[in-house]
Design a protein around this ligand. Sequence first.
Ligand code: MLT
Length: 270
Amino acid sequence: MQTTIDVQIGNQHISIVRVGPTDATPILLVHGFPLDHTMWKNQIGALADAGFQVICPDLPGCGISSPIKGDTSMRRAADQLARVVDRLDVGPVVYCGLSMGGYIGWQFCLHHREKLSGLIACHTRSAADSEIVAKGRRVMAHSILQTGTAELAAAMPAKLFSLHAVAQEHAAVADVRSVIAATAPETIAAWQRAMAQRPDVTEQLPSMDIPALVIAGEHDTITPAAEMSAMAAQMADATMVTIAESAHLSPLEQPARFNEEVIQFLKSVS
Ligand code: MLT
């Protein structure tokens, strides 16, 4: 049975969807920017049905978690998720993060390795932003506080999904647009500022001694498959797959193929 629980970490409430046998291998599904746990709607039930324990948070400020107080960072979010894992008392988890969820995953791996049995890095990168990209994020953080989320909600799906999905108005495109529109501008601004200052972890990849699955999308232009492949090659124990006919959000665009890869990996580390 699927339950939604509220875990309080300091002054932050983090909402968690939890489903699946409590003695099964746990997988922590961490969404990307600026989304919430519904990004994993095709995984939550399917992974539980395959015999795994699914723990799926809304990051601070996202979904029904409480607003972010002050600033945040990839490290701070990783520390908060590590405390969630402790609080749930589930033992080591497989961390599966997409894009910004992946940036947080590197910090989880570097600072809370003992709480991990595996890492799934989806549509993400180890490099930091260039100064131009970081500046663009700070500009966007400032402007969204003045103008609200409507413009971002209208424009962003075209970058996240393949042309085909956008042209067909795939149901997931409309869902993602609604989630972005409903997210507080303060949340979007805080995560943009946090991503702009995230560290480059590329040199630390070889020291991340953990079984890993790296998932890219054939048509992903935000985190291109070629860059992810170079990243996977530097990791100590990583397998790389590229999902055909998908852009940046393969869990939504190609859920069956994505779930197949994830279930195979979960079996290999269980
Ligand atoms: C995401 O999907 O989380 C974003 O594309 C990450 C980013 O803006 O770098």
